[in-house]
Design a protein around this ligand. Sequence first.
Ligand SMILES: C[C@@H](N)C(=O)N[C@H](C)C(=O)O
Ligand SMILES: [Zn+2]
Length: 186
Amino acid sequence: QEVSDTTFVDLSELSNAFAYDMRYATENNFLKEQVYDCPKCLLRKEAADALIKANELFREKGYRIKLFDCYRPLDIQKKMWEIYPNATYVANPYKSGSIHNRGLAVDLTIEKLDGTSVEMGTDFDFFGEAAHHDYNKLPYEVIENRLLLKNTLESVGFRPISSEWWHYNFNSPNKYVPANTPLDCN
Ligand SMILES: C[C@@H](N)C(=O)N[C@H](C)C(=O)O
Ligand SMILES: [Zn+2]
């Protein structure tokens, strides 16, 4: 059964232990345009709770999660599709849309607790084979880092997609519909 719910939680109000680089609130993204009014990470509560659990596991190992994107309004998905209509890397807003539109997907990496970056082999939103989970022409350290990200997120209920090392969908029992509410920047 589908739940039409427009209620999102702001991750920063639940925890101050995350790092943020919300790329779509800047011009440093594949659209080359700021498409969000503010750098907020909004999610459904169940996905936010799972992410907090994952962050605790990372922190025990000296890392923390750095978020690139969370809830994404459907109109922004349409803008992305106009620029890059390739369903391997951008979910088709005219079919079932993206799990981001439902507030259940995250784009993220990890960094060390002192803010030092962790090598993942490509930048966020590198749309090519080197970002795929089965691409193995990478230094051993990068493969280990991607595996740490994947194993930890899977342990709290997120699932990867094959083509983007940074994208994870939360396996929620609730069937939300795509939302188009703009980010609440107040
Ligand atoms: C655009 C990229 N960051 C992304 O999130 N891609 C997936 C496939 C999506 O659009 O859901
Ligand atoms: Zn994503």
